[in-house]
Design a protein around this ligand. Structure first.
Ligand SMILES: *[C@@H]1O[C@H](CO)[C@@H](O)[C@H](O)[C@H]1NC(C)=O
Ligand SMILES: *[C@@H]1O[C@H](CO)[C@@H](O)[C@H](O)[C@H]1NC(C)=O
Length: 253
């Protein structure tokens, strides 16, 4: 008789414990759900602009080091200078020939390629007859590419007639990247950018661009000439700007 009673007591406390646990769990889960709902509402919305800077760079030095990791990668450099060399020059030469037919580029255009790595685009410019051309990158590759940071170009104002870049996605400060192009272009000079709009560029990218609108907003001293779909080594859009003849002093910077 005693044993049965004991068993009943154990069973009772077991039932009570389980019930309490369930009640506690349900209350806890509901509080959590409410909190989660609240969090979604109270945190600021994710950036919705068409240009987003990738998170994770705590300092400019850290950003530069990451860019150097790609530019200095011996295996990549080897590929750029061998297997990639002719193939890329041919494709770049076709792009530049088309720009020449549109009178956006000429044999006498003083030209700059920004983020030129080992200088395939510089070699392509020279092949199509644009003799006075040079590239800049964090790591020099003379004579085609000299050392220079696109956030702080090593050139005087009004130096170039033509600037080309397919590394816009690597800019940590896109507006600085654009400001430097507008500073070093001569009045009426042309800037051609190859960008990725419908796909993400690579893991070394520092920004993601989803439309041409942010570019148009940043090129304040230039006019948009045209936008065209291209097949440029993972980049899908060619955007062309022409710097204004006169600096518009009444436009606020
Ligand atoms: C430009 O250079 C190319 C290649 O050297 C040459 O074939 C072409 O005739 C030149 N064009 C002009 C207008 O001088
Ligand atoms: C170069 O251009 C920048 C802005 O475009 C201007 O602030 C600066 O004063 C210019 N420098 C010279 C030496 O004219």
């Amino acid at each position: 008789m005693k044993l049965v009673q004991k068993k009943q007591v154990i069973f009772k406390s077991f039932v009570i414990t389980i019930s309490l646990s369930i009640v506690f769990f349900l209350t806890f889960a509901s509080v959590q759900r409410q909190q989660r709902k609240k969090t979604v509402i109270t945190t600021p919305p994710a950036p919705t602009g068409d240009l987003r800077i990738r998170p994770g760079y705590n300092s400019y030095e850290m950003y530069i080091q990451r860019q150097l990791d790609k530019t200095q990668n011996p295996k990549l450099r080897q590929i750029w200078m061998t297997r990639d060399w002719d193939r890329k020059i041919n494709v770049f030469a076709t792009f530049f020939e088309n720009l020449k037919h549109e009178n956006l580029l000429g044999n006498t255009s003083k030209s700059l390629c920004i983020g030129a790595r080992v200088g395939q685009e510089v070699a392509a410019l020279q092949r199509v007859g644009v003799a006075d051309s040079v590239g800049i990158d964090l790591v020099p590759y003379p004579p085609l590419v000299i050392k220079g940071d696109f956030h702080d170009q090593p050139f005087d104002n009004n130096t170039f007639d033509f600037e080309f870049s397919n590394v816009f996605d690597h800019a940590l400060y896109p507006s600085k990247f654009v400001r430097e192009i507008e500073r070093t272009l001569r009045p009426n000079g042309v800037c051609v950018l190859h960008v990725a709009l419908s796909r993400r560029a690579d893991k070394y990218s520092a920004n993601d661009l989803y439309s041409t609108t942010p570019l148009v907003e940043m090129f304040r001293d230039s006019e948009l000439v045209r936008v065209k779909k291209v097949d440029g080594f993972g980049l899908d859009t060619e955007v062309v700007f022409r710097k204004n003849m006169m600096k518009k002093n009444n436009r606020r910077r």
